[in-house]
Each structure stands twice: as structure tokens, then as C-alpha cells.
Design a binder for this molecule. Sequence first.
Ligand SMILES: Cc1cc2nc3c(=O)[nH]c(=O)nc-3n(C[C@H](O)[C@H](O)[C@H](O)COP(=O)(O)OP(=O)(O)OC[C@H]3O[C@@H](n4cnc5c(N)ncnc54)[C@H](O)[C@@H]3O)c2cc1C
Length: 404
Amino acid sequence: MDIDLSPEELAFRDEVRAFLAANLPSEIKDGAAASPTVFVEPDIGQRWNAILNEKGWLGYQWPVEVGGTGWTPVQRYIFEKECALAGAPNLTVLALKLVAPVIYTFGTPEQKAKYLPRILSGEDYWCQGFSEPGSGSDLASLQCRATLSEDGTHYRLNGSKIWTTHAHWSNKMFALVRTDTAGKKQAGISFLLVDMTQPGITVRPLLTLAGDHEVNQVFLEDVIVPVEDRVAEEGDGWKLAKFLLENERGGSCHSPKLAYDLTQIEEGAAQEPDGCGGTLAGDPEWKRRVARVRLGIQSLEMIELKILSEVAKGRAPGPQTSLCKLLASNLRQDVDLLAVDLYGPAGLQLDVARPLYGGNAPAPVHSKAAQVASARYLNSRAWTIFGGTNEVQSGIIARTVLGL
Ligand SMILES: Cc1cc2nc3c(=O)[nH]c(=O)nc-3n(C[C@H](O)[C@H](O)[C@H](O)COP(=O)(O)OP(=O)(O)OC[C@H]3O[C@@H](n4cnc5c(N)ncnc54)[C@H](O)[C@@H]3O)c2cc1C
């Protein structure tokens, strides 16, 4: 694996750097730094999306023919890395990286024309309706029922989805639903694009440990979906879900953001008195902990680059994405624990008034980084659960990567 950048790639990196230096507003950067959640709230995220869209870079993973950049996997990696190093917000993956590739890979020309431009323009905001009460890891057991009308024009949905991230801001949901109860459970699942603004949809908040309203339970009662909003054939939903989940687990490089956050923590430690006349950065035990996490991030980066080189050769990212998801989740929790420990009692503050940025943000004790440390730590407990739990990823790695 050759990890040196070519002269063209170095020039591209400089172009991205210059763009970020000139176009990433400080209030968006501050908002991202003060956000404890995985995805920033839409007031930050959608503003950043609009700036990238104006430049033509929002669909940075999409092919040119559907409004994307057509960048190579290496260019995408450079872009993600430079965004992380500049402190830009994480792009909300639900529309850009999850449903959009399903639509442009499996959708009809009408679906592509209808939905993809509205993702780029920000007119549509999407949530993911996969999990249900009782169907998380065992997703194929899902029960949300879609019944085809007698004239074959539309489905009628009844059931419930849970842990639905940002459903309270979404006007669209991509959902896995049961269209057939006979036969193998995977074969009776279809993939529908649901209009969230119609009657029959109730969104109920589920507050996280940190007090954030990020996830929801969504109730669907006689919700109508025209058949033209089904992606692929009836019963193809499981195939599309597997495609989408591979993108969810390995569609982004996590190591640059983790490395950036760890560097911020190291810089903080260099300012933090150790009570003995030095700083925390000089403490041997602290140094050992930081080095262990730094090595873990570097190992993750190597695996991410290996997957990238496979993708650059035209191969699918494959089940190794489970390895990335598992390592990134553990490292995210390690980094967030270091931040809590760095700030001592100030790192334990948990302000339930959200968001922590903007004019109404509460004044922080110690610093903004300290203020957000506990909320981040609590929020990142979810990393080892969403997108498939660590135990489920371990099972996939054992079976399909290690062949056990
Ligand atoms: C913050 C957050 C955001 C989320 N956002 C979304 C979203 O937007 N849309 C969406 O559809 N879902 C979302 N989810 C749901 C998430 O995908 C599920 O929580 C996850 O798949 C686990 O399912 P479960 O909660 O039903 O737990 P269960 O599947 O009931 O698992 C319970 C425990 O059993 C273990 N277990 C289960 N099966 C196995 C196995 N085969 N081998 C070993 N151990 C196993 C699990 O590891 C876990 O420890 C989100 C979850 C969280 C926490």
C-alpha cells in the first residue's frame, strides 16, 4: 500500500486547505466544537452544507452524473481529513452517505431527479427508519407493516421505529418495512421513502444520558407511501440495507477527527497544572494513556487507508468496515474519557441547556472544551451501539474477515 500523495493529490490538498481557511466561518467551527452529539444540530450542519454545496463539494462522495464531485477515494479521504483538521462539523451522514448512494445506485431515473437535488439544496432532511422496539441487532425481524392497496398504487404503513436520529427535524425518512410475512424473514422486507409531513406520523423524543434530544421513537399509523417511492423491487429491502450499512460502518474515515480531538486534548494538557509545578502533559501515566490512544488511532488510519486502496481499485469496502466501526467506537470513547479526566471537576459539568453554542449558551466553568467534556463522554456511549453494536461487529469480523 503506497500512502504517499502524488503531486496532483498534494495540490488538491492545498486547494481544500485554502478553501477551508477562507470559507469555514468561526461560528460554525465554534458550534461544532461545542456539540456533544455525533451529528451537529441542523442550524450548524445545514449552514455548513450550504457553503459546501455552493462550492459544488457537498456531494463529495457522489458520482458527477448525479451532482457529485466524482472525486477519487483518495481525494475524498484528503477532503475528510482536511475538514477534520480544520475543525469543521461532521457532515450528517443520513442523507448524504446513507440514502443518497441507495437512490443513485438502485433508484429509478425519476427518484434520482426528485430526491438527490433536494438533498444537496437542503430542502429535504432525512432520518433512518430501520430499528424497531425488539428489532435492532436482529433487524430482519422488523414488523412495521406496509400493505399494498388493491389498485397497487400505494402502501399503507403501520408500526413503529425507534432510536430515529434527528426525526424531529426530518421531512423524509428512508424505512425498511415488511411487505411480506411468508417465507424467509429477509425476503419480505422492502425499502421505502416516506414523507414525514403527512398525518399519521408521531415523533416522540427519547432523551439521551447527556440530556440531548437527538433520537426519537416514531409511530406510523395508516401512513401512505406511493409505490413510486419504493426503491428497487418489493422484497429487495434487505439487499439495500446491507449495502447501506456497509457505507454507514466504513463510508467515512474516522481517524482524522479522532486524531484532531486527541491533539486538542494534548494541547489542553500542556496548559493544565499538575499540582506539582508542572503540567499534566508531563505526567508519565497521562503520557502513557495518550500514547496508547494515539497508537490506536494510527492503527485505525492504516486500516482505513487499506480499505480506501481497495475501493480505489473498484472493489466494495466489504466486511472490513466492521473492523473500522468497532475500533473507531472504542477509540471515540477513549478520547472522550481523556477529555473528562483532563479537566478534573470542571470536566464533570453537565449543563442540560442545549445547545452549548450561540448567544444563549451558558457560560462555561473553566473553558468551553471542559464544558462539553462530560456531555461528549456520555453521548459517545452510543458509539458502541448504533450502526450495529460492538458484539455484532465482532461476530461479522469473526465470520467473514477471520473465517472462524
Ligand atoms: C444514539 C443512537 C442513535 C441511533 N440512531 C438510529 C437511527 O437513526 N435509525 C435506526 O434505525 N436506528 C438507530 N439506532 C439504533 C441502533 O442501530 C440499535 O440500537 C442497535 O442496532 C442495537 O439494537 P438494540 O438497541 O435493539 O439492541 P439489541 O439488539 O437488543 O442488543 C442488546 C444487546 O445484545 C447484544 N447482541 C444482540 N445480538 C447479538 C449477537 N448476535 N451476538 C452478540 N451479541 C448480541 C448487543 O450487542 C447488545 O449488547 C440508534 C441507536 C443509538 C444508541
